[in-house]
Write a protein that binds this ligand. Structure first.
Ligand SMILES: Cc1cc2nc3c(=O)[nH]c(=O)nc-3n(C[C@H](O)[C@H](O)[C@H](O)COP(=O)(O)OP(=O)(O)OC[C@H]3O[C@@H](n4cnc5c(N)ncnc54)[C@H](O)[C@@H]3O)c2cc1C
Length: 282
């Protein structure tokens, strides 16, 4: 398949990219790693007038310490995060999640910002961002704003970004305690049929903080607040984890498709939450 005709624009600075975005708005798409956008173009599922390639906007790439946590530029390749000691030290759940995205060739091109902005409900990074209460920094020619992850993801492939905005950075707080991301895929490297991300802090034999988010089971990442409430303050035994997993899956409304039924996804999600919690605690 060939993509539809479009104007190709390659800004070399963030200011230039923002002014192009202001000019073309919803008639444009941003090209980051192209791992989701190029298939969409080639399958003619999107018809932009202009493609703004962020490849030369070097200011958007980089991993830096921030307030004890870590800030990651939107154009940072997923492979760079995978190999970052700073990211591994401050956000192990993020690094563990990145390793489960596709294959190395995809992660060499795919970016952190592209994955978050694309907002695929089965993607790992949106679930991690929601679980860890990440902040997403959006910029336009009008200025900059910070959007909590809980407000950023608004539905299937839909985010809170305005047509003239770019995602410039994601900020993750220092992760305390253990974490795990478990998923079921048809083949290694595929998108998850269902998945669960968990980060748990245990102090004095009790769960002090628990964060759980699911993927592949809704229109976007799903935070399991009922499960988290059941875990906080409890002793981390098998019955507690089973009850938390039951609560996490209870209200899910996954869809059925050619890959899996809704019932299968809900059942698998429950098992994955329990396993992710077990691993995070151990
Ligand atoms: C075979 C295969 C397997 C894959 N498996 C997985 C998987 O298991 N898990 C997973 O999560 N992903 C998977 N992916 C997708 C991959 O992670 C992509 O990298 C990711 O979805 C998009 O990132 P990208 O940098 O390639 O963005 P692009 O494809 O370039 O862009 C994606 C969308 O985000 C927008 N966008 C990009 N950057 C910005 C920005 N800074 N601000 C605003 N909007 C922006 C674009 O306009 C576009 O709409 C897979 C891809 C392939 C080809």
């Amino acid at each position: 398949m060939k993509p539809p005709a479009f104007e190709y624009l390659a800004p070399s600075s963030l200011d230039e990219a923002l002014s192009l975005r202001a000019r073309y708005g919803s008639d444009s798409v941003l090209l980051a790693g192209g791992q989701s956008l190029v298939p969409l173009l080639n399958l003619r599922l999107t018809f932009p007038s202009a493609v703004i390639d962020l490849g030369r906007v070097t200011e958007l790439a980089g991993i830096r310490p921030l307030d004890g946590g870590v800030a990651i530029g939107a154009m940072t390749r997923q492979r760079s995060v995978e190999r970052s000691e700073l990211a591994a030290e401050r956000s192990p759940l993020l690094v563990g999640a990145v390793r489960q995205i596709g294959h190395p060739a995809i992660r060499n091109r795919g970016t952190v910002g592209g994955s978050l902005a694309h907002a695929d409900p089965a993607a790992e990074l949106p679930a991690v961002a929601v679980a860890l209460d990440a902040e997403l920094v959006a910029r336009s020619a009008r200025g900059e704003r910070t959007i909590p992850a809980a407000d950023f993801f608004q539905g299937f492939l839909t985010t809170a970004l305005a047509p003239d905005e770019l995602l410039v950075e994601v900020r993750l707080p220092l992760q305390k305690g253990g974490s795990s991301l478990k998923e079921v895929t048809r083949r290694h490297g595929d998108f998850a049929l269902a998945g669960a991300a968990a980060a748990v802090t245990v102090e004095g034999g009790r769960i002090w903080d628990a964060r759980v988010a699911l993927m592949g089971v809704g229109q976007g990442p799903v935070r399991a607040t009922e499960a988290e409430a059941a875990l906080r303050g409890a002793e981390p035994g098998d019955a507690v984890l089973r009850e938390a997993a039951r609560r996490a899956a209870a209200d899910l409304q996954p869809s059925s498709d050619v890959h899996a039924t809704a019932t299968y996804r809900r059942r698998v999600a429950e098992v994955l939450v329990r396993r992710a919690l077990q691993e995070a605690i151990s």
